[in-house]
Write a protein that binds this ligand. Structure first.
Ligand code: ZN
Length: 254
């Protein structure tokens, strides 16, 4: 669909190419005009390459069809986008070169990183927010993640959800998302609470912070944690079972 000369994305494809050309011009600039006043001596290094994404952020679209999402991401006024959109039948639409910055994470935080858009590839999965994901979608997703992980050497810990990086603001992907299946293939971590004891001094909020959660609003961070690691329970109460999960996870993220 993307390569079609005519069709619904003709105008946005044209705009895409025009914007890429403008960015290429910025990259080619040398000497760099902005730094003339404070760094006037130019000595081009021979040793460099492109910056790479280090995270993958997973989303559900919260829309009613793939078509609707593609339309949303090809209209300038919406100001939202993603690198990939995966339809219910498993079709993967590549909307933006991985090296560019998509507008998918919004105001977010993970560890001390705040400009997640600059650090990540964003993948949107067609899903209205309240339904399971299809096997075709998950199969396509796993293949895509495998390629991204190898191409950019993305750490296992850095496959996370929109809700993880924006507690209290985002709830995607929804509770049906198969995080454990992904972790089994090396995309994100899962837990094993066999023989795990909760230390007397265990601090839930500090543990969430070690994993990466923004703990400015503790109850929101707990909610995001549970959406990812204890999907059957939608409360923001940390049970002993949840605490054991966290005790084990902290070891993996340290
Ligand atoms: Zn999202």
């Amino acid at each position: 669909m993307f390569g079609c000369v005519t069709g619904p994305y003709k105008a946005s494809n044209k705009s895409y190419k025009k914007q890429v050309k403008a960015f290429a011009k910025i990259l080619a600039e040398y000497p760099i005009k902005d730094s003339v006043s404070n760094a006037p001596y130019f000595a081009g290094t021979t040793n460099f390459n492109l910056r790479k994404p280090n995270f993958v952020i997973l989303h559900h679209t919260a829309q009613n069809s793939c078509e609707q999402t593609l339309t949303t991401f090809t209209m300038a006024r919406t100001q939202v986008s993603a690198h990939y959109v995966i339809c219910k039948d498993g079709t993967v639409h590549h909307m933006l070169n991985d090296y560019f910055r998509a507008w998918q994470a919004g105001v977010s935080k993970w560890g001390n990183a705040t400009d997640i858009n600059s650090l990540s590839v964003g993948i949107e999965i067609d899903n209205n927010g309240f339904e399971p994901f299809t096997d075709e979608q998950i199969n396509s997703l796993m293949q895509l993640l495998d390629r991204l992980k190898r191409a950019y050497n993305i750490p296992t810990a850095n496959f996370i959800g929109h809700a993880d990086i924006a507690p209290g603001r985002k709830v995607d992907p929804n509770k049906y998302f198969p995080w454990q299946k992904l972790a089994d293939s090396g995309f994100g971590y899962w837990y094993d609470t066999t023989n795990i004891m909760i230390p007397d001094s265990f601090n839930v909020i500090q543990a969430l912070r070690i994993i990466g959660y923004d703990i400015k609003r503790p109850e929101a961070a707990i909610q995001s944690f549970k959406l990812h690691f204890d999907q059957a329970d939608s409360t923001n109460v940390m049970t002993d079972a949840d605490k054991k999960i966290l005790v084990d996870l902290v070891k993996k993220y340290q």
